[in-house]
Design a protein around this ligand. Structure first.
Ligand code: MV4
Length: 471
């Protein structure tokens, strides 16, 4: 096991990783920017190092500064958390070159899955279902038109280096494609410094179902049930749950096995998540793979009574998976609300500032992962997520009721949060019924607050402002 882990992150995930290390008897190093001096992760770590100014590019994204901090504190491993450098192959490489263990997959696996087009063809080769579309990058408008004709409209244009919906365009005709491709390319170029695009069949009303995976260095891979993350706003998840409501156990097993097959194909190790689009008829298609610990990992932890972060650290230290697939038995239901410092009534505008007073709910089945405390000032420079409230119950009904009870009981004064909005979602009959798709939120919002947005607008289209990077 490692002696000392440096956490190259901030906020609730830095706190979460420090907690796992503490339980493993591993010492911890927090790094922080000048804006995060008073952050909880700095207070609870064994040691801390200031790595630069508030701006992420000069602190949490500055590889030489992180490596210097690891060097002076003699850390033997680095945990990247989510966001920031967690999926940068170059960072994993630089860490390993310094003789430090990167708690995550190999740089090769990160690079392979970072190219969404190569990721898709790799998964197709492993017989993981994928949507029909271009094999590789679109070369020209005529090339794109030819493939779209073969596949049949509607199709969706996606950026090779994208993810999270940026540079995506839904296209319903050839004429539209001719106009949309150059625009999507320009958007991708601005966002990712590459205009490489691919195309695939567009599913009108999918659910976002993702499979949690864990792999050791000996080639063992297990699937750890699924999460349903369909409740999203502008590609930002707001509510996640596990297991997926109403998912057929046979399909669950097939999806899990497909995900394991894909992971084995690339020699994957550590924690990872395969995202699927899930159609109403029970068909599912690989979308992308996240090669990091995810924000929503707690819902999986709750239904499996498993500490995923401790598992991740043990796997990175070279330990074998401590259980087999037959021992993975989900029990009960868990829901997570991502509490953001935002004003739902002002189009979810960020609401940083001082927390004047704070009371969080507790009681049966309630868990809170957060770095905030009474008197803490939320800096305006980073992601607006300030806490994750997780409710567990024997049934989905019980989990929903507990979440509503906990949201109602919790008080955060001094800033606006998304809590009331999430309560509204949980009370909605459509959500209670279960199995909502990725359009649920926008429809619910247009029910409540007309006028309705223009119909048929592309996901990840010209909406603004872009959210800051998160998990
Ligand atoms: C799709 C799709 C429908 N068909 N691909 C959005 C984020 C990016 N990772 C992929 N996304 C989508 N890809 C095909 N072929 C619909 C979406 C999508 C979506 C997916 C998951 C969760 C929320 C979403 C919201 C809008 C669109």
């Amino acid at each position: 096991m490692f002696k000392k882990v440096l956490i190259a992150n901030r906020g609730e995930i830095a706190v979460r990783v420090i907690r796992a290390c503490r339980e493993l008897g591993v010492r911890t190093v927090a790094v922080y920017s000048e804006a995060d001096r008073e952050s909880l992760h700095v207070k609870i770590a064994d040691e801390s190092v200031c790595i630069g100014p508030a701006k992420s590019a000069e602190s949490y994204l500055a590889i030489p500064r992180l490596l210097a901090a690891a060097d002076i504190t003699k850390a033997d491993a680095i945990h990247p958390g989510y966001g920031f450098l967690s999926e940068k192959a170059q960072f994993a490489e630089a860490v390993e070159s310094s003789g430090i263990t990167f708690i995550g997959p190999t740089p090769e696996a990160i690079r392979l899955m970072g190219d969404k087009s190569v990721a898709k063809s790799t998964m197709k080769a492993a017989k993981v279902p994928t949507l029909p579309g271009s094999e590789g990058i679109l070369e020209s408008v005529p090339h794109a038109l030819e493939i779209a004709e073969q596949v049949g409209y509607p199709v969706i244009l996606k950026a090779r280096d994208g993810g999270g919906g940026k540079g995506m365009r839904v296209v319903r005709s050839g004429a539209e494609l001719e106009r949309a491709l150059p625009m999507a390319q320009a958007e991708a170029m601005a966002a990712f410094s590459s205009d490489a695009m691919y195309l695939e069949k567009f599913l009108e009303r999918p659910r976002h179902i993702e499979i949690q995976l864990a792999a050791d260095i000996f080639g063992n891979v297990v699937h750890l049930c699924e999460r349903d993350c369909s409740v999203q706003r502008r590609h930002q998840k707001l509510i996640e749950e596990a297991p997926g409501p109403g998912l057929d156990p046979v399909i669950r097993t097939k999806m899990g096995e497909a995900a394991c097959r894909g992971a084995k194909q690339i020699g994957y190790r550590g924690l990872g998540t395969m995202e699927f689009l899930y159609d109403a008829d029970g068909s599912y298609y690989f979308m992308e793979m996240n090669t990091r610990l995810q924000v929503e990992h707690p819902v999986t932890e709750m239904i499996l009574s498993l500490d995923l972060v401790k598992l991740q650290i043990r796997l990175a230290a070279g330990e074998p998976l401590p259980f087999g697939q037959e021992e993975v038995i989900p029990r009960g239901h868990a829901i997570e609300c991502r509490i953001n410092a935002e004003s739902p009534r002002q189009n979810f505008r960020p609401s940083p500032g001082k927390i004047e007073s704070l009371h969080f709910a507790g009681g049966p089945g309630i868990r809170l992962d957060t770095h905030i405390y009474s008197g803490y000032s939320i800096p305006p420079f980073y992601d607006s997520m300030i806490a994750k409230l997780i409710a567990y119950g024997a049934t989905r009904e019980e989990a929903i009721d507990r979440m509503l009870r906990a949201l109602d009981e919790s008080r955060i004064e001094g800033i606006d949060t998304t809590m009331e909005f999430q309560a509204e979602v949980l009370r909605h009959p459509g959500f209670r019924r279960g199995g909502v798709d990725t359009h649920f939120l926008e429809e619910m919002r247009s029910e409540a607050a007309p006028p309705t947005p223009p119909a048929g607008s592309a996901p990840g289209g010209a909406e603004s402002p872009p959210p800051p990077p998160a998990g």
